[in-house]
Design a protein around this ligand. Structure first.
Ligand SMILES: C[S@@+](CC[C@H](N)C(=O)[O-])C[C@H]1O[C@@H](n2cnc3c(N)ncnc32)[C@H](O)[C@@H]1O
Length: 186
């Protein structure tokens, strides 16, 4: 696993520490290399639509091979469901959010750290595949549509940021950054 440590994002590790307790079960959607498996003391499960290695040889380390649109797990079986730059590749993001909501325990949390529309527009051109075009506020609305409450935008920073610096950082990210990060509870 050590080779993939460089792919861990400090802000993702921070939010996992903040939102996942040792006794929690957590599910990562579109886990790829599963680089956050060791970033948390919670019981981590990684789901991806494939367990094949990436083209550059990096392994996917996957516990459940399935699509985020139809997750083979019981209702209320996870305390946290999260994704990092993966929801955008899934065929029906809203359906994935409904699935995530279904899997969560009452008061369980969703955390979606996704590329923003600047990055998605670039990827769409580079990869020639249609991608979502969400703003952070649009992604937040999708979570709300799926039933999440207390939805909140988060900046890609590995520490707590209070208002008004938080709003400034979110707007800056939308203008020149690459992330749209939303959390909400069941
Ligand atoms: C850009 S990679 C990100 C991987 C990892 N989250 C990371 O941060 O490095 C997107 C991942 O989503 C997975 N994926 C694509 N469509 C999916 C689907 N319908 N259900 C589950 N995973 C999917 C891909 O196989 C890939 O591993």
């Amino acid at each position: 696993m050590s080779g993939v440590n460089k792919y861990r994002l400090a802000f993702v590790e921070y939010y996992l520490r903040r939102f996942a307790a040792k006794e929690h079960r957590i599910l990562e959607l579109g886990c790829g290399m599963g680089q956050y498996r060791d970033s948390t003391s919670a019981c981590y499960v990684g789901l991806d639509v494939t367990s094949r290695n990436y083209k550059d040889g990096y392994p996917r380390v996957v516990d459940i091979v399935a699509s985020g649109t139809a997750i083979p797990a019981r209702d209320q079986s996870y305390d946290l469901v999260f994704s990092v730059g993966a929801l955008y590749q899934m065929p029906d993001p809203l359906k994935v959010l409904y699935e995530s909501h279904r899997l969560l325990t009452p008061e369980g949390r969703g955390l979606f750290a996704e590329y923003n529309r600047r990055t998605l527009n670039r990827l769409e051109i580079e990869e020639g595949v249609k991608r979502p075009n969400w703003t952070p506020w649009g992604l937040k609305h999708l979570l709300q549509q799926a039933g999440f409450r207390k939805c909140e935008l988060l900046p890609p920073i590995p520490r707590e940021v209070k208002q008004p610096a938080k709003s400034f950082r979110l707007i800056l990210e939308e203008l020149v950054g690459q992330w749209a990060i939303v959390t909400g509870v069941k």
